[in-house]
Design a protein around this ligand. Sequence first.
Ligand code: FAD
Ligand code: SF4
Ligand code: SF4
Length: 663
Amino acid sequence: MKSVKHNGEIRIGVYICHCGTNIAGKVKIEEVVKYAQNLPNVIVARDYKYMCSDPGQDLIKKDIKELKLNRIVVASCSPHLHEHTFRKAAEEAGLNPFYFQMANIREHVSWVTKDSKEATEKAKAMVKAAVYRVVFHEALEKKKEKINPDVLIIGGGIAGITAALTIADAGKKVYLVEREPSIGGHMAKFDKTFPTLDCASCILTPKMTAVKDHPNITLLTYSEVENVDGYVGNFKVKIRKKPRYVDIEKCVGCYECIKNCVYKEGKFPNEFDEGLSKRKPIYIPFPQAVPLAAIIDPATCIQFLSGKCKKACQEACERGAIDFNMREEIIEVEVGAIIVATGFKIFDPSQIPQYGYGRYPNVYTSLEVERLVNSSGPTGGEIILRDGRTPKSVGIVHCVGSRDKNYNIWCSRVCCMYSLKLAHLIKERTGAEVYNFYIDMRTPGKGYEEFYLKLMEEGVHFIRGKVAEVTDWAITPEEEGKLIIRVEDTLIGVVRRIPVDMVILSVGLTPQPDADEVRRLLNISCSKEGWFLERHPKLAPVSTFTDGVFIAGACQGPKDIPDTVAQAEAAAAEALALIDKSEITLEPNTAFIDEEKCSGCHVCIALCPYSAISFNEEKKIAHINEALCKGCGVCVAACPSKAAQQRLFLDEQIYAEIEGALV
Ligand SMILES: Cc1cc2nc3c(=O)[nH]c(=O)nc-3n(C[C@H](O)[C@H](O)[C@H](O)COP(=O)(O)OP(=O)(O)OC[C@H]3O[C@@H](n4cnc5c(N)ncnc54)[C@H](O)[C@@H]3O)c2cc1C
Ligand code: SF4
Ligand code: SF4
C-alpha cells in the first residue's frame, strides 16, 4: 500500500454481516473475518448475524470508544440500504461519519456468485479494497442552508388549486402561476364528474374563489415561468406576465365592454368551448372564471390589427379597466419549493383518419361533448348536433389513441369512466340509443364498477371490439344520412355495422406538448412518453430527482380527479415538510474545482446534468455550486486538467481501492 499522507495512527474496525443466510449461506464468514484481521491497520474484525440491527450497531459504537478506532469498514448489503445507518452509528460514537466505507458482499457477491469458494475469495477482495481505501478518507463537514418558506406552483388545474390551498392554509405564502386567463384546468369544462355525477363547478368554483381570496396566495394568471435558478430551499424564479389589456384590479366582469365591442356577434372560436361557440376579440373565458375579468385577444382585435377601431369597449368601461398600452411584465420571486401541476392535453383524433374527425361534422371529441352537456356551455346543456337535430342514436368509441402502439401505448385511465358518464347523461337527456365500443372495460376505482353496472341496467349497449372505421357510406336504406361504425363484435365473433347520428371519440390523455421545456426549466426528468418522472413510483411518487421540486396531478401520468387531489395534497405535504425544517443539510460528497489546475476550458459546464457548474468570469475558471451538485462525477471524469474532483472519490482513494481489490 502507498504511504499515508496524514498524521496519526490508523485504527480500522472491520464488521462482516451474515445478513441471516443471505450472505452467510454462500460466503464463509469465519474465513473472511480471519483474513480481515491480518490486513494492514486493522485493529479488530468481527462478524454478526445482522449488523444493521441495534446490537450490531452497538458493537461498532463500543469498539470505536474502547479500541479508539478511527476508521470503520462494514461488509454487508448495498450502501443504498444501510450506508446511512452505519454512518450514523459512527457519528453517535463520536467519529466523523465519513471515516467509513461499506463493501457490498450481498448484491455483489453472495447473490450473484454460484460457487461458495469463489464467493468467499471475492468477499475477501472487497473487504481488502475497502480497508485500503478507508485509510485515505477525510473528515467531511455537512453544510446547512436556510430554506425560503414560500412555494411556487405551476399550473392552476384542480391539482395546482388543491396544493395551493393546502399550503396557504398551513400559513405559507404561495405563488400560483397559470398560463391561461383563468384557473380551473380541464375540470372547469365538465358538467358532472363520475362516478357520483356531482356537479363539477359546485366542487371546483368555491375552491377557485378561495384561491383568489386567500391572503397567502398570489395568483398570477396568463403568466408563465420563464427561468428558474438556484436550488432546493433557494429558487429564484422569473415569471412572464402576458398583457391581457384589461386591468384585473379594476375589472369587475360586468360584460359591458363585450356587449359594446364593434363586433355585434362572436366571430372567433371560443377556446373554452372547444370551438363549439364563438367569442368576440374581448371576452371573459367562462362565467365562473377566476379572475372574473375580461381579456383582449390582440390577434383578433381591430385596434391591434389596424389601429383603427373606435374602441367602443374602452368607452363602455366605466371603471377605466381597458388599457391598450399594457406591456408584458417580468416578475421575480424567491421560493424554497416548487410544485409542478401542468396537467395534460387530449389526444388529437385527426391523427386517426379512419375515425373521420374533422371530416364528418357529427364526429366529436369527448371534451367537446363535455361542453355540449354543460348547462353553461354553448347549447345550455342541450345535446344537439351541428345542424340543430337531437341525436336519436350515439356511438361512443373508447380508447381513441390509447392502448395502441401506433399512437399511445398507455391506458389513459379515465376514458372508460368518462365514456360511461357521457353515455348516462346523453341517455338521460335525449333518450337516444347509446352504444359503447370498448376493448376492455376498466373501472378500478371506488364506486366505479357499480357505476358500470348501473349503466348496463339503464339499457346502454356495450359492444366489445376495436372500431375499425367510421364512415358515411350507406349500404342499406336505414344507413342513409347516418354515420356507420364498423366494428368486429368479439363477443359474438361477427363484424357489425352500427348506424348512429353522433359519434363521440373518447380520446386519451397525452403529455403537454411543452413538457420538455418545463422539464429543462426545472431540471427534472420525463418518462419516454413525456410524463414527468417521479423519484420512485411507489416510495416517492410526488418527488422528483431535483430536490425541492415536486409533481402533482395528470402531468405525472393520466389520472382521475380523486387521484389528482390525493397526489396534490401529498405534494403539498412534502413541500411543507421541507420548508418547515427551515434549513437543509447538504451532503458533502460533492465535486469541487482545484483552482490552480482549472484551465477554464468549459468542458464540465456543458456536461453537468444538474447545471451545477458556472464560469467565474473574473478568475476565468469553473465554479461548482455545491448545493446543486448531486455528486454524479460526470465533471470529474470529463475534466482534461484533473481540476474537477469529488470528495469521497479522490484519485488516491480510488487507486487505493483498486490496489486492494487486485493484490
Ligand atoms: C373528457 C374528459 C372527461 C373527464 N371527466 C372526469 C370525471 O368526470 N371525473 C374525474 O375524476 N376525472 C375526469 N377527467 C380527468 C380530469 O380531467 C383530470 O383528472 C384532471 O383534470 C387533472 O387535473 P390537473 O390539475 O392535473 O390537470 P389539468 O386539468 O390539465 O390542469 C393543468 C393546468 O395547468 C396549466 N398549465 C399547463 N402548462 C402550464 C405551464 N407551463 N405554465 C402554467 N400553467 C400551465 C393548464 O393551463 C391547466 O390549467 C376527465 C378527462 C377528460 C379528458
Ligand atoms: S373591462 Fe370594464 S367593462 Fe369590461 S368587464 Fe371589466 S369592468 Fe366591465
Ligand atoms: S458531480 Fe455531477 S452534479 Fe456535481 S458538478 Fe459535477 S457534473 Fe454536476
